[in-house]
Write a protein that binds this ligand. Structure first.
Ligand code: GDP
Ligand code: IMO
Ligand code: MG
Length: 428
C-alpha cells in the first residue's frame, strides 16, 4: 500500500472518514495534517456510528498508530471530549499521538470567530465558529501558542496572559464583546495538559521512521479542495490547506515520500456555509437529495446545499492535488432519479470555460453546461461488485472517469464499512 493521501475533491463532507476507516484496515499509520474540529467525519462500523472531528478516522483500528500532525489546530477541550467519547464506547486511544508543534485553539479564538462573522453581516463566510480562522491567524502572525508551550507551565502562563490581554482588547474595543478570563483559561488548560501529556510526541520523527521502514501510511484529508485557503473559492474557504500539498507542510514530510493521492467525491455536490456553488439545486430535486442523502452537517447540523456533480471542480481537484484515483461516494442517493445532470463546463456569455476561474465575480457570471445521463431505479445499497451495478450507474461512473481523466478505484453505495465496491478489482 505504501503512503497514500486521501483528500476531499469538492467542498468537504465527501465521505473521507468512511474511506479512511476502510483503508485503515491495511494501514499501520493514519495521519491528520490540517484543519481542526471544524471537520466532521462520520464512520459507521459494526452497526455503530462515530462522529469524529479531530481524531483520525483510523482510531477504530487498535493496531493503527494515529497521528495529529503539526499543521492541525487543536482545541484541547474538544480533543479530550472526543477521547472520552471513544473510551466510553470501548475504543482504545493510547495509539493517538499529537505533535508538539500543533497550535492550540483557545476560547478567545471561538469568541472572535463568532464576533467577526457577526460583523461581516450579510457577507459572512458561514464558518463553523470553532475558532479555526482566528487560531490560524495567530499562527501566521507568529503569536500562536503551541502544544509544546502548554507542556511548559511557566512559559504557558506568561503567553496566555499576554495573548489574553491583546485578544480582550479586540473583543471589547473592536467588536463590543465580552472579554475572556485568562486565569480561568490557564487553570483549565493546565488540567488538559496533564491529561494529554502522554499523547504528545515529535510526530515528524515517528512518521519519518515509519515511512523509512516501509510501513503503510494514510494521510487523512479534512475539508475539501474548494475550501483551500489558496486554491478554493476565497474568501469562502477555511484557513488551512486541504489539498494534497498541505500534507507535506502539515506533517513534516517531503513530497517525494507520497506514493498516491486519492480524491473523494460524492456522486453529486454539496457545500455547507456561504459562497458560490454553480450547480446548486434550489428546487425539489435538491431537497430530495438532501433528504435521501441525509445532507446535514456533522459538525454544525446545518442543512448542506446540494447540486449536480460538477466535473469542472473535480478536474480542478485532480490537477491541483495530482490525484491518481477517485472514489465516488453516495451513488445510492442518486437512485430513482430519471435523468441525472453532470456539469461539463461553464458558459460565460459566449465563452465556454473548462477551467475553474479564480475570480468569484467571474464565477458569478457562469452558467453550468450540463450533459444529461439516464438514471437507475431501485436501491443499490446491497450491491458489492461493480458488474452488478445497473448499466446506467456504471455509465455514470465511467462518464466521471472520462471527464476527470482519472480512474475511479472505489464506489460507495451506503455509509457502512462494507458498502463499498472495489472498481479497481472488477473484471472490467
Ligand atoms: P467527511 O467529512 O468527508 O468525512 O464526510 P461526512 O462524514 O461529514 O459526510 C458524509 C456522510 O455521508 C456521512 O454521514 C457518511 O456516513 C455518509 N456516507 C459516506 N459514504 C456514503 C455512501 O456511499 N452512501 C451513503 N448513503 N452515505 C454515505
Ligand atoms: P470535513 O472535514 C464542509 C466550511 C464551513 C465554512 C468554511 C469556513 O467534514 O469535510 P471554518 O470554520 O473552517 O473557518 O469555516 O469552511 N467547512 C467545512 N465544510 N466540511 C468540512 O470539513 C468543513 N470545514 C469547514 O462550513 O463554509
Ligand atoms: Mg464532514
Amino acid at each position: 500500500m505504501g503512503t497514500k493521501v486521501v483528500i476531499g475533491a469538492q467542498w468537504g463532507d465527501e465521505g473521507k472518514g468512511k474511506i479512511i476507516d476502510l483503508l485503515a484496515q491495511q494501514a499501520e499509520v493514519v495521519v491528520r495534517s490540517q484543519g481542526g474540529n471544524n471537520a466532521g467525519h462520520t464512520v459507521e462500523a459494526e452497526g455503530q456510528q462515530y462522529k469524529l472531528h479531530l481524531t483520525p478516522s483510523g482510531i477504530l483500528n487498535p493496531n493503527t498508530l494515529c497521528i495529529i500532525g503539526n499543521g492541525v489546530v487543536v482545541d484541547p477541550e474538544a480533543l479530550i471530549g472526543e477521547l472520552d467519547m471513544l473510551e466510553g464506547r470501548g475504543v482504545l486511544t493510547d495509539n493517538l499521538k499529537v505533535d508538539a508543534r500543533v497550535h492550540l485553539v483557545f476560547p478567545y479564538h471561538r469568541v472572535l470567530d463568532g464576533l467577526s462573522e457577526k460583523a461581516r453581516g450579510e457577507g459572512d463566510i458561514g464558518t463553523t465558529k470553532k475558532g479555526i480562522g482566528p487560531a490560524y491567524m495567530d499562527k501566521a502572525e507568529r503569536s500562536g501558542i503551541r502544544m509544546c508551550d502548554l507542556m511548559n507551565e511557566a512559559l504557558f502562563i506568561e503567553k496566555v496572559r499576554a495573548n489574553g490581554a491583546i485578544k480582550n482588547q479586540w473583543i471589547e474595543k473592536i467588536y463590543g464583546g465580552t472579554p475572556v478570563d485568562a486565569e480561568a483559561i490557564i487553570e483549565s488548560y493546565l488540567r488538559y495538559a496533564r491529561r494529554l501529556k502522554k499523547h504528545i510526541a515529535d510526530t515528524t520523527v515517528l512518521l519519518y521512521n515509519a515511512i523509512k521502514q516501509g510501513k503503510n501510511v494514510l494521510f487523512e484529508g479534512a475539508q475539501g479542495t474548494l475550501l483551500d485557503l489558496d486554491l478554493g473559492t476565497y474568501p469562502y474557504v477555511t484557513s488551512s490547506h486541504p489539498i494534497s500539498g498541505g500534507v507535506c507542510i502539515g506533517t513534516g514530510i517531503g513530497p517525494t515520500m507520497i506514493d498516491a493521492c486519492i480524491g473523494v467525491v460524492k456522486a453529486y455536490t454539496t457545500r455547507v456555509g456561504k459562497g458560490p456553488f454553480p450547480t446548486e439545486l434550489l428546487d425539489e430535486v435538491g431537497q430530495m437529495i438532501r433528504d435521501k442523502g441525509n445532507e446535514y452537517g456533522t459538525t454544525t447540523g446545518r442543512p448542506r446545499r446540494c447540486g449536480w456533480f460538477d466535473a469542472v471542480i473535480a478536474k480542478y481537484a485532480v490537477r491541483t492535488s495530482g490525484l491518481t484515483s477517485l472514489v465516488i461516494n453516495k451513488m445510492d442517493t442518486l437512485g430513482d432519479i430519471e435523468k441525472i445532470k453532470v456539469c461539463v463546463a461553464y458558459k460565460k456569455g459566449d465563452e465556454i470555460l473548462t477551467e475553474f476561474p479564480a475570480s468569484l465575480e467571474e464565477l458569478d457570471e457562469c452558467e453550468p453546461v450540463y450533459e444529461e445521463l439516464e438514471g437507475w431505479e431501485g436501491d443499490i445499497g446491497h450491491i458489492r461488485t461493480y458488474e452488478q451495478l445497473p448499466l446506467t450507474a456504471r455509465k455514470y461512473i465511467e462518464k466521471i472517469e472520462k471527464l476527470c481523466d482519472t480512474p475511479v478505484s472505489m464506489v460507495g453505495v451506503g455509509p457502512g464499512r462494507e458498502q463499498n465496491i472495489n472498481k479497481a478489482e472488477s473484471k472490467k
